[in-house]
Each structure stands twice: as structure tokens, then as C-alpha cells.
Design a protein around this ligand. Structure first.
Ligand code: FES
Length: 103
């Protein structure tokens, strides 16, 4: 059974940018896109760059290394690679100013 973990404050996630969070050996990136908070796997499926160092553009995170784009709705690859070369999205909940992820 999964559990929820508070990983950072919402105020620590810059608009349009990522914040890398490490949970044991699991690394995710938390993004803010307007009012939405989204978490995805940090490692880019292309060559492993940290997507948390990327940025948000038109509802997608852009990988800083070769600029593949991933949907912040479902993780699908929207540019660069094939649609099925996407990233995993992590369930997120915002409670009292904290970002909680399901692990
Ligand atoms: S490592 Fe992300 S696009 Fe190449």
C-alpha cells in the first residue's frame, strides 16, 4: 500500500521551473505551471538529464539537454522523441502549503 510524503513547500517551487526532490533512491521533479503543481520522474528517458533543470513551456517540461518535451498532464513525449517515450507522472496533492507525493 502506498503512502504520502511531504516533499517541499509549494512556495519553494518556482513558477515555470522544476525542483528536484530525492526520496531514498528515487528522484522526482516538482513543477509549478500556473496554479498546478505536477511531479514527474526526474531522469529524461532520452539520455538521463535532470528534467528538474528544465523549464515549463505551453504545459510541457522541456529537457535542458536536447529539448525533448514532456506533457505535464500525462508525461507523454510531445516533441523530440516518440509519444511513447514519455515520463512517469507521480500523484501529487497540495495540503496546507505543502506538496505531498504518493510513493
Ligand atoms: S537527455 Fe533529455 S532530451 Fe536528451
Amino acid at each position: 500500500m502506498g503512502r504520502s510524503v511531504a516533499v517541499c513547500r509549494v512556495s519553494e517551487v518556482p513558477e515555470g521551473r522544476g525542483r528536484v526532490v530525492r526520496l531514498d533512491d528515487w528522484v522526482i521533479s516538482v513543477f509549478r505551471d500556473g496554479d498546478r503543481i505536477v511531479a514527474i520522474q526526474d531522469a529524461c528517458p532520452h539520455a538521463g538529464a535532470s528534467l528538474g533543470s528544465g523549464w515549463v513551456e505551453d504545459g510541457a517540461v522541456v529537457c535542458p539537454l536536447h529539448r525533448w518535451r514532456f506533457s505535464l498532464i500525462d508525461g507523454r513525449c510531445l516533441g523530440g522523441g516518440r509519444p511513447d517515450e514519455g515520463v512517469s507522472c507521480v500523484p501529487v496533492e497540495v495540503r496546507e502549503g505543502w506538496v505531498w507525493v504518493s510513493v
